[in-house]
Write a protein that binds this ligand. Structure first.
Ligand code: CA
Length: 640
């Protein structure tokens, strides 16, 4: 009876959608975004229906019209002035039925004719900027939207979730995920799992009590909700998973904000196991001593969780960073692939973690398969070969004495998407090479409700305070050698052997990202405004275009229409009056809940970065490239 009811509901809502769309819409809706369409997304490469292109979020396109022989002829086909700036363009645009959909600052959704870039509609949820801005840890950014059965599913920074009619741009339903009054915001792109919208919340640095939840994609009704951190035991636990997690916390842990574990970037869904995989942020405040959690694992912060898509019941978890002290959010992209490891085919989940390790995990059981550093780091000696638990350098558990640790809070890899090419077997990771940060617990810390509570002193450069001409000693370094004089690079990583195959300079972990194709290409958007392309197998640079957008870059996508392959990127920032939280050092490029700043001790504060008031910034634009495109690239222009 239950299943029958669900079917009727689904059919009637489809009927409603088509009735509302009318005759013209019916003609255009050749490929409605159904569960089946999402399961097969990325198979032909013509459309880009979901955040990571494929269900496994591999960002691999089978298109090959643009390939190593001709990518140098890529030119501009059209550009669209996104306007309404104020932050970086972090969204992954989606392409369906000849229309490009995306989201810009303050959660404004727009739809463009993919052939021309002409705007079809634009929808502004009218977020209260004055009240929401102080609740944003890391800029006025959104990582995007989802598509489902005639609707754009759009989270808003202030905690709402809206469904917008793909044709008219008018709301179909609106629901509430969380309240910014409670220090929650939403910056991540929602994902679809079997007719449900799965979305999580930002705010781990306040901290909040992190959670993610599922909503019926046709009605907005909440189906289930999963907290990532246990609550006050005297009020009873929501589920068995919370009871188990509470054993990994001590004292009155629920009284200081909520513990963290925010969910601000990665979710993926495996239709075969019906599991939703979710990455969780760091525990808060950062230092164990300030959090009063010495030696405790603090589940389920800095973990990957696998829950049943229908019920939200936990199937397995894997904690990357037990007792995190370094802001190692483990929310980075959760990529699903089938690869052969040591001669054995494995169904894996992979993550290039902020902490510098590349994890390969059995996605059916949650068992650790392998993990190796993909950049240099000092916080751990390595991972236990059997359990994957980090072997932390004792010095990395800092107290009131400053110590430089790598990677730092910006992470070795952040939200910028990586991609996996099955032909080369390589994963292309936008990585930071020099992310060290000097940690010191704030011994004068007092918890301030409604404010960010990091509990860490931001007063030293990456090499720590200099004493007698010598920087403080750091723990020993592990990992592959970085490039000389480069802060960031594109790393081509073989996940089967956990080795680096090639590395090219440029990129970094905040902004841009990659897509790889059957044309033996990997496209990378570099945060300084460039679109570059390499041969996927060897890393030969074949294209390097300065888009003129200068910064605030989003990841590239590729798609095909009327027999032509296109590449689309967005970037640029408007101006914003940026007030650093608590008078801390100005925070430049930050993503999600990842602080990404190092202030030099004694040095004057750095100038405001582009897009954060005062500095040069480019008007946000979406650019679409095609072979032999002839339009001139926009010259850098100040934001309006
Ligand atoms: Ca964080």
């Amino acid at each position: 009876m239950h299943a029958f009811k669900l079917k009727i509901l689904s059919l009637s809502s489809v009927g409603f959608a088509f009735a509302a769309l009318g005759h013209q819409a019916l003609a255009q809706q050749l490929h409605p975004v159904t569960d089946a369409a999402l399961r097969n997304a990325g198979t032909t490469g013509t459309e880009w229906l979901s955040y990571g292109l494929t269900p496994g979020e591999t960002r691999y396109s089978p298109l090959n019209q643009i390939n190593t022989s001709n990518v140098s002829k890529l030119g501009l086909a059209w550009s669209y002035d996104i306007h309404g700036g104020g932050g970086n363009q972090e969204a992954t645009p989606l392409v369906s039925n000849g229309v490009i959909y995306s989201m810009t600052n303050w959660s404004v959704v727009y739809a463009l004719d993919a052939r021309t870039g002409r705007e079809k509609w634009r929808w502004d949820p009218e977020v209260n900027q004055a009240t929401v801005r102080p609740k944003l840890c890391c800029g006025v950014v959104s990582r995007g939207i989802a598509l489902y059965e005639g609707k754009v599913i759009a989270p808003t920074l202030d905690g709402r979730l809206d469904a917008i009619d793909v044709e008219t741009g008018k709301p179909v339903w609106e629901t509430r995920v969380a309240y910014s009054q409670d220090n929650y915001t939403i910056t991540m792109a929602p994902r679809i799992a079997k007719g449900k919208v799965i979305v999580g919340v930002s705010g781990g640095e306040f901290p909040v009590r992190g959670f993610f939840a599922a909503f019926d994609a046709n009605t907005g009704r909440q189906v289930w909700k999963f907290y990532t951190i246990p609550g006050d035991p005297s009020k009873g636990f929501e589920n068995e998973a919370m009871r188990k997690a509470a054993a990994t916390w001590t004292g009155d842990y629920w009284k200081m904000g909520g513990g963290g574990g925010s969910v601000w970037d990665a979710i993926s869904y495996d239709p075969n196991t019906n599991l939703v995989f979710v990455g969780t942020g760091n525990a808060g405040p950062w230092p164990e001593s300030v959090r009063k959690q010495k030696g405790m694992d603090n589940l389920y912060a800095a973990s990957v969780l696998a829950v049943n898509a229908d019920t939200g019941i936990l199937k397995w978890y894997f904690q990357m960073v037990p007792g995190d002290e370094w802001d190692f959010d483990s929310v980075q992209q959760l990529m699903l692939a089938d690869i052969t490891v040591k001669g054995r085919p494995r169904k894996v989940l992979m993550q290039a973690n902020k902490n510098g390790f590349y994890y390969v995990i059995d996605r059916v059981t949650g068992k650790f398969i392998s993990g190796q550093p993909f950049v240099e780091g000092t916080w751990a000696k390595g991972l236990d070969e059997v359990t994957g638990r980090p072997i932390v350098n004792p010095e990395a558990h800092y107290g009131n004495q400053p110590i430089p640790i790598a990677p730092g809070p910006g992470g070795a890899h952040n939200w910028s998407p990586m991609s996996f090419n099955p032909a080369t077997g390589l994963v292309y990771i936008p990585a930071s090479l020099t992310g060290a940060f000097t940690y010191r617990a704030d011994d004068k810390f007092e918890y301030k409700p409604g404010k960010q509570n990091l509990g860490t002193v931001f007063a030293f450069g990456p090499n720590g305070p200099v004493t007698d001409g010598k920087p403080l000693p750091a723990p020993p370094t592990i990992g592959p050698k970085p490039l000389a004089n480069e802060r960031a690079a594109l790393v081509a990583w073989d996940p089967a052997t956990q080795t680096r195959k090639w590395i090219m300079p440029g990129g970094g972990s905040i902004g841009g990202g990659t897509v790889t194709t059957a044309g033996n290409l990997v496209f990378q958007v570099i945060p300084d405004g460039r679109l570059v392309a390499y041969s996927a197998d060897k890393g030969e640079k074949l294209l390097d275009v300065q888009t003129g957008l200068r910064g605030g870059m989003g990841p590239p996508i590729t798609w095909e229409l009327d027999g032509k392959q296109y590449v689309t990127v967005a970037g640029g920032t408007g101006t914003v009056q940026f007030t650093p939280p608590g008078g801390a050092a100005p925070a430049p490029a930050r993503g999600g809940d990842g602080i990404h700043v190092q202030a030099e001790a004694g040095a004057p504060p750095p100038p405001p970065p582009p897009g954060f008031g005062g500095g040069p910034s480019a008007t946000p634009k979406m650019l679409t490239f095609v072979l032999d495109g002839k339009l001139p690239l926009p010259s850098p222009e100040p934001a309006k």
